[in-house]
Each structure stands twice: as C-alpha cells, then as structure tokens.
Design a protein around this ligand. Structure first.
Ligand code: ADP
Length: 490
C-alpha cells in the first residue's frame, strides 16, 4: 500500500471515529437533558403536592380552632390557605405525566373541593362524616401523589446517573480508540516508512562513499519501492557508464597503440648513427608515416566530433549536392584500402540530389565504408549504391562480413557501444553514433539490415531535394535549423 493511501485511510478512520463519537455524545447528552428535566419536574411536583398536603391539614386545623372560638383573624389565614391549596393543585396539573398521577390529582382536587364546600356551608367538618371522609381521602391522595413523584424523581435521577456514566465511558473509549489509532499509525510510519527510508539513505551514502555494490532494498510502500528502484537504476546506470568509460579508455589505448607502433617501426629505419636508406625506402617510410599520422588525426577528429555532438554542437555547411559524386569519391578513397576487398560503386545515370553538407555526408560514408572493410576480415565485396526511394536519397554500403546481431542493432548507435561479435577487432564505438547524429541533423536517419548470405547493409537515408526547373533543391527542416551554424564547422 502506498504512503498516500495509508495516510488517507488513517485520517478517514480518525475522522469517522470523531464523527461517530460526537454523534453518540450528542444523543447521550440529549437524553441526559431529558432525564434532568424529568427530575426537576418530579421534584417540583413533590414540593407542590407536599405544599398542598400541608395547606389541607392547616385548613383543617384552623377550621377546628375557629369552631372552638379562636380569634376571628384566623378566618383570613384560613382563606389564604384555601387559595394556596387550590393554586398548588392547579400548578400540580402541569407537572404530572402519568395517568396514575392525573387520576390521583383529579380525585384529590374533587375530594378537597367537597371538603372545602362542606366547610364553607357551615358544617362542622370534623363531625360530618362525609366531609371528614373527603378530607381524609384528599389527604391520602396527596400523600400518594408525593410518593408517586418521589419515585419518579428517583428513577429520573438514576437514569441521569446511568447516562452520565455512559457519556463518560463513551468519551474515554473514543479518546482511547483515537490514541490507539494514532499509536498504530506512528508504529506503521516507523516500521514501513522511516526504517526503509533509513535503509535507502544508508545505501545512497554507501554508494557515495564508493561502495559500488550498495543497492537499496525495494521494501515498504509503493513510493519508497519506486524511490529505491530509481536509485538502484541510477546506480546500475552509473556502473554501466563507468564500465563503458573503462572500455573506452582501453579501446583508445588499443587504437593509439597500432599507429604508434607503426610509426615507431617506420622511424627505426632512419637512424642518426647510420647512413640513410635508399631513396625509395625513405619514400615508402614517409608514406607509412603519413598514413599513420592521418589515422591518428582521424581518431582525434572522431573524439572531438563526439564531444562536440554530445555537447549539442553540430554545424553543417549545406549545399545542393549530387550524392553520386560523394559516393564516387568515397569509393575511390577506399578502392586500394585493402587487398582482400573489392570496393564497387552502383549508381544511377541521373543525378541523386540532396541539400546537405557534402563533407559531413562524406564523413558518414567513409565511416560506413571503413567499418564494412574492418568487419569483413575474411575479405569480400563492398558495394556502395546511391538510389532514390520515393522522397529519400539513399546511400547504402553492403558488405559480406560478420553482420550485426539482432540485439545489437539499436545499441551500436550509442556512443562507445560495440557489437558482441566485434570485440576482437579494433575500434572505440564512436563512428556510428557520430554518423547517426549527422544524419539526424540533415533530417534523415541511418538504417541497418543483414544481408542475405551474410554481412550487413548500412543505409544513410536523407530527404531528397525536390527537383525544380533550375535544378536547385530545398533544405529539410532539421538541416535548415543546423544551417545557422554553417561555416563554423571544424
Ligand atoms: P567502432 O567500429 O569503432 O567499434 P562504430 O560506432 O563505427 O565503432 O561501430 C559500432 C559497432 O557497430 C561496431 O563495434 C560493430 O560491432 C558494429 N558494426 C559497425 N559496422 C559494422 C559492419 N559493417 N558489420 C558488422 N558490424 C558492424
């Protein structure tokens, strides 16, 4: 799982937990509020019922005192108590929620009114048995009401206490759950992110210190596996680059050794302590010296070209050319290069025109020709052909040599890359990469194919010039852009 997905899932879970806890707390506190309201109403009902009971008993006592000749002022007090009794019974009605309570209140109010009515009619209630029964019944019902509401208040109190405990449990539970989730997330980050990250950092540091075998383990979430894989690829690439550089140095040394050895042998013929050899030998020696110096010069040019091209600087001096001429000159140049090879030209009678830098095209063709000779060590025919194919002007070099393995076909166009079967032959692997860049700068390409019956065919394909009445051509886009550098070439 990726770090991003895990963090998103963890945050979503925490948010869901917080929402669920908040929702439950809202429900529980709403219930607690209901219980508290019930408790308050029941407590008020108890207080009202007790007050009504006290008023009823006081009325009875005051009435008894008045009937026994008590002071007349007591009558005022009696009326106040009657009003209080009625007010409390009235107020009680809004404090009752059970049918039982309402029944008791109805009966208590009715009996109290019966009792008060009898007393107002001048009866002596304590003697009139009906009035006395009504007083007793009202008193008992008011006491029942007090008990009933006390029970209700206790129940509401217990419910509120239970709900309070539930709310506490819920709060503590959600806090514990959130803490556990955060702890699990931290443990996950430590084990699955920080430790692999540390491993990658150690591998990078070890590689930086020079341990070329150091690689990062592809462990942990997707991002870190990708990170480790990228570092490993980079380290592999650097190792490959290093191997290539070492191979390049070895190849350069090898290539320099041959002309230098030839120069040494040639120079040894002219010794300061001996008379000069005959003139024809001197001429031959000078010729050998010239050839080897030219070879060294070519080698140096290749290195310079490669570094210029890698730096993105390639210059073309574009002109309207007949590619048959370029091919003819190259064939002439290589005609006597090797006694075991026959170098031939196959060109059409009509001109093969292209807008190109003839020196650069000749450089490519010379490279293809020298490769054709070098990579057919047993000798054979080397055929240079110039043909027009649709809107392409193609120069092809075919040989009967060792050919190019299928898996090497793309690689050999990279700098310092050589084919597997070419290892025993001299070379540094620069010629084709330079040739390809030159072809691309003209808006063309180099193709490669195996030749039926052995050997290979390298084809330089350039955009053919559109024939006009004047015979002038057009410049392909890539060549036009490179044309700005024209004249600044080597
Ligand atoms: P070099 O010849 O110095 O190695 P190049 O860039 O010219 O460098 O060639 C790259 C590789 O392409 C050669 O090492 C060889 O493996 C392969 N190659 C080029 N030309 C031919 C050919 N005519 N026949 C077979 N292999 C070739």
């Amino acid at each position: 799982m990726s770090v991003r997905a895990t963090l998103a899932a963890a945050l979503a879970s925490l948010a869901a937990l917080a929402l669920a806890s908040a929702g439950l707390l809202v429900v529980v506190t709403a219930r607690m509020h209901e219980s508290a309201t019930r408790l308050r109403v029941a407590a008020e009902a108890v207080e009202l019922a007790e007050g009504a009971h006290l008023a009823l008993v006081s009325i009875d006592a005051l009435a008894h005192e008045l009937s026994e000749g008590g002071p007349k002022a007591l009558a005022t007090n009696l009326r106040a108590r009657e009003a209080e009794l009625r007010a409390r019974l009235d107020a009680l009605r809004s404090h009752l929620s059970s049918a039982e309570g309402e029944r008791l209140l109805d009966e208590a109010a009715r009996d109290a009114e019966t009792y008060l009515g009898a007393r107002a009619a001048g009866l002596r209630p304590q003697r009139a048995s009906a009035a006395h029964a009504a007083f007793e019944a009202a008193r008992v019902q008011l006491e029942e009401l007090v008990r009933l509401n006390l029970t209700g208040a206790r129940e509401a109190e217990q419910t509120a206490a239970r709900q309070g405990r539930a709310a506490e449990g819920l709060a503590v539970g959600s806090a514990a759950l959130a803490l556990a989730a955060i702890a699990a997330l931290i443990a996950w980050i430590r084990a699955r992110v920080l430790l692999p990250l540390g491993d990658i950092a150690r591998a990078i540091a070890a590689y930086g210190r020079g341990d070329r075998s150091a690689r990062a383990a592809a462990e942990g979430p997707a991002e870190l596996r990708g990170f480790a894989a990228t570092f490993n690829q980079m380290a592999d690439g650097l190792d490959r680059q290093r191997e290539l550089q070492l191979a390049f140095v070895a190849a350069v040394a090898h290539d320099l050794r041959n002309p230098l050895a030839a120069l040494k042998v040639a120079l040894a013929r002219v010794r300061p302590d001996r008379p000069l050899p005959p003139e024809d030998r001197v001429r031959h020696t000078v010729e050998v010296l010239g050839r080897q110096v030219a070879r060294l010069e070519r080698l140096l040019e290749d290195f310079l070209d490669a570094s210029r091209i890698e730096a993105g600087r390639i210059s073309l001096s574009v002109a309207d050319c007949d590619l048959r001429e370029v091919a003819r000159e190259a064939v002439e140049l290589f005609a006597d290069a090797s006694p075991r090879h026959a170098v031939e030209l196959a060109a059409p009678p009509e001109a093969l025109r292209a807008r190109c830098d003839p020196a650069r095209v000749a450089q490519v063709l010379n490279n293809l020709l020298s490769n054709a000779i070098k990579y057919s060590p047993a000798g054979g025919n080397v055929v240079v052909s110039a043909v027009r194919e649709a809107d392409l002007a193609v120069l092809a070099v075919a040989d009967e040599g060792i050919g190019v393995d299928l898996e090497d076909r793309d690689r050999i166009f990279e700098p310092f890359r050589r084919g597997a079967s070419a290892r025993d032959l001299p070379g540094v692997g620069l010629g084709l990469s330079i040739s390809r860049r030159i072809a691309e700068a003209h808006g063309g390409r180099i193709e490669i194919a195996n030749r039926p019956g052995g050997g290979s065919v390298f084809r330089l394909c350039l955009p053919a010039a559109i024939q006009r009445a004047t015979g002038a051509g057009t410049l392909p886009a890539a060549a036009r852009s490179a044309d700005g550098d024209a004249g600044g070439g080597p």
